[in-house]
Design a protein around this ligand. Structure first.
Ligand code: AR6
Length: 178
């Protein structure tokens, strides 16, 4: 496949709350009023201003994205998106919604003015998406979106385990060979 998108993507292992990209993406729920997992970690690190800002947003539908400031985070913006609950849908619909969450978060970050964006592995914790399938959808949807939009210079997949990082790296390697 055209590697213009892939060349602007990288995989790291770490805690997304420490990221210094312009924006970080939050895997939130429809209320946008906080939760566990990466959502809880981002709210703790950003401080109470983030929850106040989220209260103004009136929630978010799965696959959509909304932007706030980063408050006490190094990142200037937090892009809140909501992934699919894997067992609530057919696998194909779950894939489509997960892809939409990545693409709409990326477009919302670019609209806000971000040039670099970090993503967690959306839906792969509480929402039960299989890690390998989610990594393939994440990498493919971001690569396609980057090919069509040159505002974003860097997308970083911030993985929370060596296995998750390896799956994202393998998905990128597989796309490069197509
Ligand atoms: N940095 C990077 N990745 C992380 C971090 C971190 N600090 N903490 C967890 N992860 P989850 P979901 C990884 O459950 O599946 C929340 O309660 C984690 O290992 O956070 O989209 C929301 O409010 C996993 O691979 O998000 C929703 O109710 C990935 O982040 C619900 O969970 C996503 O796991 C959303 O579920």
């Amino acid at each position: 496949m055209n590697t213009a998108g892939l060349s602007r993507m990288e995989v790291v292992e770490g805690d997304i709350t420490a990221e210094t990209t312009d924006a970080i993406v939050n895997a939130a729920n429809e209320t946008l009023l906080g939760g566990g997992g990466v959502d809880g970690a981002i709210h703790r690190a950003a401080g109470p201003g983030l929850l106040e800002a989220c209260r103004e947003l009136d929630g978010c539908l799965p696959g959509q994205a909304k932007v706030t400031g980063g408050f006490e985070l190094a990142a200037r913006w937090v892009v809140h998106t909501v992934g699919p609950i894997y067992d609530a849908l057919s696998p194909e619909d779950a894939d489509r919604l997960l892809g939409a969450a990545y693409v709409n978060a990326l477009l919302a970050a670019a609209e806000a003015g971000a040039r670099s964006v970090s993503f967690p592995a959306i839906s792969t914790g509480a929402y039960g998406f299989p890690q390998d399938r989610a990594a393939r959808v994440a990498v493919l949807s971001v690569a396609r979106a980057l090919e069509m939009d040159d505002r974003i210079e860097l997308v970083r997949f911030v993985c929370f385990s060596p296995e998750q990082a390896q799956l994202h790296q393998a998905a990128m390697d597989a796309l490069r060979k197509l």
